[in-house]
Design a protein around this ligand. Structure first.
Ligand SMILES: Nc1ncnc2c1ncn2[C@@H]1O[C@H](COP(=O)(O)OP(=O)(O)O)[C@@H](O)[C@H]1O
Ligand SMILES: [Mg+2]
Length: 363
């Protein structure tokens, strides 16, 4: 493969704030972002996807239709970044939209939709998708899958780094500076998902922009304690979770009978995210590199900085814009698959071994 081969990555996380699409090249010196684009979900489709992801019953026919509809929008997102690109585009890596993720279920299951056949057909480019299920079949959590990419990009022998991705769910990757130590990582719990769900219910806004609403409230210690008492935070890793666990219903079941000011709940949810992340970060850590939408919430970043003894900075400081790390990771995972290389890290997911991930839909 020529060093300049371009790969496209498509990612839509649990926040469903849009599809992140990138065209990138990988070289010794790092990832080059040639194109970036955030593609909106049509609002009606987004609502249907959100309903489907929140344990709402749906028929097989509904699911099949959602899969195709999502595939068309993912293909559109890919076409935007492909438009006018010069050079060979080797593959598209598409994460798909997660509708369910129950690695601890019997049997374990996870579902990402957005028909990859449609993406391959509309773009004429080999598409790799459905990355999580092979790891799950091998006894893993199927998540997080970004740590292998974080390792390739951000691991150094100079200092112990942790990469923190604050999407709907938050996940960390521990990158020991000692090359003999394995990379580990897991989902720490809610990232933005509960903060988004609460403000949406209270005010109709899709997010608490810059943490302004939370800043008007006060942290309620009793509520915070009840939220932190969830078993997930105590479970040993490997572990992964989803917005089908950390739902508004989960929060409602823990709110006290007497009413609390909405801003106080918002402040407490932000503190929950910060504390559950901080608790997962090893004391040996010398630098935390943050990516994902949460990096844009100054109040959340401030709380992390206060709770952690080491510097907390954006991945931009290490060469990659925090908004595009996840999409670039799926471009990289597609490249791994086509090269016959594993994409999972068994020490992270708990799979019985490294696996070549995904299914290939030829051009
Ligand atoms: N300026 C901001 N202030 C507060 N929160 C923000 C801001 N920008 C983005 N976010 C949060 O980031 C989320 C999107 O993060 P993202 O990494 O795209 O998540 P996902 O991977 O789940 O799609 C939004 O839903 C919002 O909660
Ligand atoms: Mg997103």
């Amino acid at each position: 493969m020529p060093a300049t081969a371009i790969h496209v990555g498509l990612m839509s996380g649990t926040s469903m704030d849009g599809i992140d699409a990138v065209a990138v090249t990988f070289a010794e010196e790092g990832v080059r972002l040639l194109r970036t684009h955030q593609h909106p979900w049509p609002s009606e489709l987004r609502e249907r996807l959100q309903l489907a992801a929140s344990r709402h019953p749906l028929t097989a026919a509904d699911l099949a239709e959602l899969d195709s509809a999502a595939g068309e929008v993912l293909a559109e997102a890919a076409l935007v970044v492909l438009d006018g690109l010069k050079g060979e585009v080797r593959a598209i890596g598409s994460h798909g939209q997660t509708l369910a993720h129950r690695p601890g279920g019997r049997p374990p299951s996870t579902l990402q939709i957005g028909n990859p056949a449609i993406i391959a057909e509309r773009t004429g480019i080999t598409t790799v998708a459905d990355f999580r299920r092979r790891d799950l079949a091998a006894g893993g959590q199927g998540a997080p899958l970004v740590p292998a990419f974080h390792e390739a990009l951000f691991r150094t022998t100079d200092r112990y780094r942790v990469v923190l991705n604050i999407g709907g769910i938050a996940n960390i990757t521990r990158l020991p500076n000692n090359p003999g130590e394995p990379v580990t990582g897991f989902d720490t719990g809610p990232g933005n998902c509960l903060m988004d769900a609460w403000i949406r219910q209270q005010t109709g806004q899709t997010m608490d922009e810059n943490g302004r609403f939370a800043a008007r409230g006060e942290i309620r210690p009793a509520l915070l304690e009840r939220l932190l008492a969830d078993d997930y935070f105590r479970q040993p890793s490997p572990k992964s979770t989803g917005t089908d666990h950390f739902l508004l219903d989960w929060l409602n079941a823990r709110l006290p009978a007497e009413p609390i000011a909405a801003a106080d709940v918002q402040a407490t949810l932000l503190e929950l995210t910060a504390r559950s992340i901080a608790a997962a970060i090893d004391h040996r850590t010398e630098q935390v590199l943050v990516c994902g939408g949460g990096v844009h919430n100054p109040l959340l970043m401030q709380r992390l900085d206060e709770l952690l003894p080491c510097p907390v900075v954006s991945t931009a400081m290490a060469g990659l814009d925090p908004d595009w790390v996840e999409a670039a990771a799926f471009a990289w995972l597609a490249r791994q698959t086509l090269a016959g290389q594993a994409g999972n890290l068994p020490a992270v997911t708990g799979a019985t071994g490294p696996r070549i991930l995904g299914a290939i839909y030829p051009a």
